[in-house]
Design a protein around this ligand. Sequence first.
Ligand SMILES: [Zn+2]
Length: 339
Amino acid sequence: MVAPFQLAGNQVEPGQRKILQLALAQLYTQTPLMMPLEVIHGKFPGPVLLICAAIHGDELNGIEIVNQVLARVNPARLKGTLIAVPVVNVFGFINKSRYLPDRRDLNRCFPGSEKGSLGARVAHFFVNNIVNSCTHIIDLHTGAIHRSNLPQIRAKLECETTFSMAESFGAPVILDASIRDGSLRGVAESRDIPVILYEAGEALRFDPVAIKAGTRGILNVMRTLEMLKPSATKVKMNPMIAKSSAWIRAEQDGLLHLTARLGDRVSKGQCLGFISAPLGAETCEVIAPKNGIVIGCLTMPLVNEGDAVCHIASFDAVKQAEMSVERFVDELDIHPQTF
Ligand SMILES: [Zn+2]
């Protein structure tokens, strides 16, 4: 039997689940603003896994993923502890905004400080009360507003545990991504906490593929960390690791007609769509600059010159990557065309 779990002055007994409301800040009205979270503390020792969503307040898929994972974890059988924070940027969430009220991006404010800006204080609160208590992290994101992402993991793969979390998640694509200053990934790495970031779908939308793949992915990682029993029907996933990725930018202003879809294999020089003017026949083609797989798309047709319209990941073996994406889509039984 393990000891009770302590978090921000609260105690959770072994074999118990508890919803906590942590006092984060106050609104202008001086109404308290709480950060809700749930802790499931297993009866057996094991890792302390943090799953968190909506560091960008308008990224909703992760919130539903957190909910669906919580519904599937039984505290009587869990090894270790699950800390689930569905909404980190509570300010942004209630404003349907990616940002904080001071227009800062919370994911550039870590590790934060007690006496700094609002963003620095929220980041400091989250690190102090939650991040410092965990041993592993899965951070859930979506594409920005009007941009949708194929389910993908971003992680720094040189750490063995991070690599095994990324691989076992089972998303079709892994980007070996460097860490941005001020991000949750950065603060986790500085504390030697293995962390993976899941990106899928679009801001302000629920996406069935993204939610299903994310829920399944977290449960897969929990099995790999031996927090849950192995699945009887476990299928070994072979996600493809992208060596690089780049956005194609619009070369003129106008209306975008994108024919390429998430998960499509594209070849260098291939036409992926065109940009037209509201009147007249003058169009400009969107051309793939290299071979790869489409992992992100603009979903809104109005573009200015320079806007990012299509995100292409490059692989050593594109054919194999395409098969990996196809297999993933078959398993989830939903085609990415429904994005
Ligand atoms: Zn995000």
